[in-house]
Write a new protein. Sequence first.
Length: 277
Amino acid sequence: MNANEIRVCVLRIEGTNCEEEAYNAFKMLGADPEKVHLKQLTGDCSSSMRRDLDDYHILMFPGGFSAGDYVRAGAIFAARIRSRLAPEVENFVSSGRPVLGVCNGFQVLVELGLLPSFDEVMSEEPHSALYTNDSGRFECRPTYLKHENHGRCVFTNLLPRGEIVLFPSAHAEGNLRFPSEKEAEMVQQLEENDQIVFRYVDANGDYAGYPWCPSGTIANIAGICNPEGNVLGLMPHPERVMFRYQHPDWTRGQDPNAPGDGRVIFASALEHVAKRF
């Protein structure tokens, strides 16, 4: 399959505000993305606007403040999907097609039960949550991430393990937590299943607290995948560093049009689809 044959559904509702960057990230790599409103998948629109999730190869939940993040971040978006599209989404994931959730999209995946998804494709209720940052405020800055996956995640197949990348963070609820009585056990399970994809580090690549880890998240976790590796939730924004000129150090003798650190996430997913489907 050629890149221009790979169809990407960038799913949005009111309050989503990163769909343009997500669309452009896939488009510049030659894919065929489309910004799709949830109502187009549920049929709450004219017949000419109707879309079928099964017609796409990749599903992306972009960042933003879906439905104003009322109740909990991502909760309303997830509830609407669960009530109207749960079988379609579950089939999409079960087929091995990639699903990416960035920032608010990560929150949606957790609320949907698609992550961490230890024992089933989509759990009946969330097994984790993305809480308010320990600082109690919105945190927005470039963040260093260490790639820790051993090869399970399809979104990082082109990124060497141990590589340090820089993605911007911009969130108020990025603090991944599990039930307190099970927290240590569930983090261990993530590690044993090779589900931890990125952790926050400092400029030297060492684990560090605030401000290097902007949220205070458990075990410095910035991104996790499901046990099969085709669903990735990530708090920082790879779509905002597709070119070197989007990095804060771009003036230091580097080609400003060279690939940025975020490009590998989208290139890996496209390569996976091209080879498998």
